[in-house]
Design a protein around this ligand. Structure first.
Ligand code: NAD
Length: 336
């Protein structure tokens, strides 16, 4: 079992990684918690026993479930079961469950402790770590949320055996991102160590910038176009698949702006290839619409804002001209 610490003062916590880690759940339950409320989905198929009286609620599947109505329903269920501020919420599932359970925990009684049992690769390397919670609005993804650190996270790698292949590959989009955040040798590690190494990278970033003042924004590498593709709605892309396309696009945008050269773009392509990730824009993608959606990104404080590569590594770059965004989209089609 590998243990990674997320060092955040009195909000510090451990992440346990390895096969069978779910059996260590009891070790993370706070001694004074009297009841637990497990939030999961029907398809997750991972059962947990917190060792104290508990109730289980299933939320619906997919991004459509990441809405305030789901949070309201959960909070009513917490109240019916008598969850108090001393008790514990346990999110068992992928990023949708951990985002929703984390958000519900953060607002119920103005904050109840939460443990995440992350059951997708994407949740293990990213969504369950770092304390960002949230739900979608019709106007955009993750527009309502909180920073609410969990009391602990379990990443049981054996449950990944049941994950559909597409979910595994999609998560590789987030894994590929970590290659540009100091994890250039990640693909050489066995899966458990690779997951732990990603968690360590994220923990280091979050420890320096818990509430996304500056450094944490770098974790959004590849996400600006990725989110635009997800919001555009009609492309049937998993989050990680959209991020993979967004990583290639960010490299081509950096090339367009003269920040990196062709060899660095090739390095991006090599990482995407190593994880069998497609970087093709969906054939019906409308460039003007995608650029408009990039402008609506919640991190776009100062014109078009992207995390972009440079000879000094990743940086947040604002005020990028619309023409550059359109040129890089054309390069995406040429480079296919
Ligand atoms: N909070 C953050 O920092 C953060 C970071 C990255 C992504 N996210 C969010 O994460 C979400 C995506 O998460 P995801 O990719 O895990 O998708 P997901 O949560 O929708 O899970 C994918 C599917 O796999 C099923 N599943 C989960 N575990 C399984 C298992 N072990 N075996 C079989 N099936 C299983 C789920 O029921 C679901 O149908 C997005 O909403 C994204 O915005 C949040």
């Amino acid at each position: 079992m590998i243990k990674v610490e997320v060092p955040l003062g009195d909000r510090s916590y451990s992440v346990l990684v390895g096969p069978g880690a779910v059996n260590k759940l009891n070790s993370l339950i706070p001694a004074d918690a009297e009841r637990a409320f497990v939030v999961t989905q029907a398809g997750v198929g991972v059962t947990v026993d917190p060792g104290i009286p508990y109730q289980v609620a299933h939320i619906p599947d997919g991004e459509e479930a990441k809405i305030l109505t789901t949070v309201g329903n959960l909070c009513s269920s917490f109240a019916e079961f008598g969850i108090t501020r001393r008790d514990i919420i346990i999110g068992v599932g992928g990023g949708v469950v951990t985002d929703v359970a984390g958000f519900a925990a953060s607002v119920y009684h103005r904050g109840v402790r939460v443990i995440h049992v992350a059951t997708t690769l994407l949740a293990q390397i990213d969504a369950a770590i770092g304390g960002k919670t949230g739900v979608n609005l019709p106007e955009g993804k993750n527009l309502v949320g909180t920073f609410w650190q969990p009391s602990g996270v379990i990443c049981d790698t054996s449950v990944l055996n049941n994950l559909p292949e597409r979910e595994m590959i999609a998560a590789m989009g987030e894994l590929a991102k970590y290659h540009f955040l100091g994890g250039s040798q990640l693909d050489k590690l066995p899966l458990d160590q690779r997951i732990a190494a990603c968690i360590q990278i994220k923990a280091d970033v979050v420890a320096l910038d818990e509430r996304e003042g500056a450094g944490r924004a770098l974790l959004n590498y590849g996400h600006t176009l990725g989110h635009a593709l997800e919001i555009a709605g009609s492309f049937d892309l998993r989050h990680g698949e959209a991020v993979a396309i967004g990583l290639k696009y960010a490299a081509l945008l950096a090339l367009t702006l003269g920040r990196i050269d062709e060899s660095r773009v090739a390095a991006h392509q090599a990482v995407l290839d190593a994880y069998s990730l497609s970087s093709r824009l969906p054939p019906k993608a409308n460039h003007e619409d995608l650029v408009d959606l990039c402008g609506k990104d919640k991190k776009a404080f100062d014109g078009f804002t992207f995390v972009l590569d440079s000879s000094d590594g990743l940086e947040v770059v604002s005020g990028i001209p619309r023409e550059a965004l359109l040129s890089a989209l054309k390069l995406m089609e040429i480079s296919e």
